[in-house]
Design a protein around this ligand. Structure first.
Ligand code: 5GP
Ligand code: ZN
Length: 135
């Protein structure tokens, strides 16, 4: 997709600081890093979200996320990572080509992604679980 900036990075049409390439994935530094070594791992094929990545591509892609995480560890020695992705515009997705943020953390005792939530009524758990199971 020529209008997708991450497809353009994958094809070499747009410059980025590449850190890793494989037949299934490309990894490059986030242009506006949240921490040193903040890396984005993208599938070579255009898929807007995880739901659009073919099932037979998922294993290879996430294997490369693991490789990149190990490489960042070896280079920068963070104490931990947040690894994940924004799925959909209302969850903060701005680039609609699936990308996993590999975000190194350098200070002990950091908060996890749950810190973004506002909590909920614990009494609803069984109802919610049943709804998801039957969907
Ligand atoms: P999202 O909010 O979609 O999960 O994250 C998109 C990420 O892509 C952001 O963290 C943003 O800084 C990064 N980004 C946006 N445009 C570019 C670009 O042209 N090059 C690189 N390397 N990163 C970009
Ligand atoms: Zn794309």
């Amino acid at each position: 997709m020529s209008d997708c900036i991450f497809c353009r990075i994958v094809s070499g049409a747009l410059q980025a600081h590449l850190v890793y390439e494989s037949p299934s994935a490309v990894a490059f530094l986030d242009r506006f890093p949240a921490a040193p070594g903040h890396t984005l791992v993208v599938p070579r094929i255009h898929a807007e979200t995880l739901n659009d990545l073919p099932d037979d591509a998922i294993g290879d892609f996430f294997r490369e996320v693991k490789v990149v995480t190990r490489k960042v560890t070896g280079a920068l020695h963070p104490v931990a990572f947040n690894i994940g992705w924004n799925h959909g515009a209302d969850a903060g997705q701005r680039v609609f080509h699936l990308h996993v943020h590999v975000l190194p953390r350098y200070s002990p005792g950091g908060r996890g992604v749950q810190a973004m939530g506002s909590g909920g009524d614990l009494g609803e758990l069984s109802e919610i679980a049943a709804a998801i199971r039957s969907a």
